[in-house]
Design a protein around this ligand. Structure first.
Ligand SMILES: O=P(O)(O)OC[C@H]1O[C@H](O[C@H]2O[C@H](CO)[C@@H](O)[C@H](O)[C@H]2O)[C@H](O)[C@@H](O)[C@@H]1O
Length: 265
């Protein structure tokens, strides 16, 4: 574990966590809880992660929330948690409460047409096999391909999607292993913002957010001075996070310390 911010003391964080009235653990999924896998539907959590998350939930003293770029329906079988925690999917456009109430914030027929057009461009390029269709976005994946192929795919897809980006309410985002055409207006930062603004209690809760990718930086930025941001990654990169941990060992240590803090009370 490496501290990246001089304002953070990890021992004090966990001491305060054990004393806290309210705890919120925000978790990204791919690359954070689960190692990357070429086959998206086989990206299961690192061994030991599911058990620790179950144990943390069983303490009933932590609000555990998953915040992912994935569609919620694809995340549920991989998470395999029972009961299911609250989930923000599709970068915050989808929401599932811990009581099972599902909402998709955006329903726009014009946008559906534009996304269908973006999909058609991919079909014309012969790249449909690399496409992931999500409720309000399209992602193209190149994990497992060689550098030359990646450069080719990337330039072709950018060329056709950039045109749509310039005329519509859409934005291109790079992520680990691909490129996504997303509707603007929501990201993981706005998801964290809505969680915090909807809190009932007057006490400031102890919050941590664990993530690995560029898309998690929006959450890290929003959490500055409000909670602990943790970059979970094999290699350090420029980041807004306060702490860097390497998965899976340090991730298991972090979750284990969180669980112990919940039991300390
Ligand atoms: O926000 P996250 O939970 O980190 O999700 C980010 C993207 O994850 C998935 O793609 C990534 O993981 C796949 C499985 O390991 C891998 O094949 C791919 O290369 C990665 O980019 C998911 O398919 C995307 O929809 C998410 O946006």
């Amino acid at each position: 574990m490496q501290l990246l911010s001089s304002n953070v003391n990890l021992d004090s964080f966990f001491d305060n966590l054990s004393q806290a009235q309210e705890r919120i653990l925000l978790l990204d999924y791919d690359g954070t809880l689960a190692p990357f896998h070429v086959e998206r539907d086989k990206a299961f959590p690192y061994p030991g992660v599911k058990e620790l998350l179950d144990e943390i939930c069983q303490t009933q003293t932590t609000q555990l929330i998953i915040i992912s770029g994935r569609a919620i329906k694809d995340l549920i079988p991989l998470l395999n948690l029972n009961p299911l925690p609250e989930i923000f999917g599709s970068h915050g456009w989808e929401h599932l409460t811990n009581k099972g109430k599902y909402t998709l914030e955006l329903s726009d027929s014009h946008l559906e047409k534009v996304l269908a057009q973006a999909r058609q461009h991919i079909e014309e390029l012969g790249l449909t096999g690399l496409l992931e269709q999500k409720p309000v976005s399209l992602a193209i994946h190149w994990r497992g391909k060689d550098t030359e192929t990646i450069n080719f795919i990337q330039s072709q897809v950018r060329r056709v999607w950039e045109n749509l980006e310039s005329i519509e309410n859409l934005e291109l985002h790079d992520f680990d292993g691909g490129l996504e055409l997303r509707v603007t207006g929501k990201d993981k930062g706005t998801a964290v913002e809505s969680i915090i603004s909807n809190l009932d209690s007057r006490e400031t809760p102890m919050i941590a957010y664990l993530g690995d990718d560029n898309t998690d930086e929006d959450a890290f930025k929003f959490l500055k001075d409000k909670g602990l941001s943790v970059l979970v990654r094999e290699h350090l990169r420029p980041t807004n996070a306060d702490l860097w941990i390497k998965p899976p060992e340090e991730l298991l240590q972090f979750l284990g310390k969180w669980k112990m803090a919940c039991l300390d009370k």
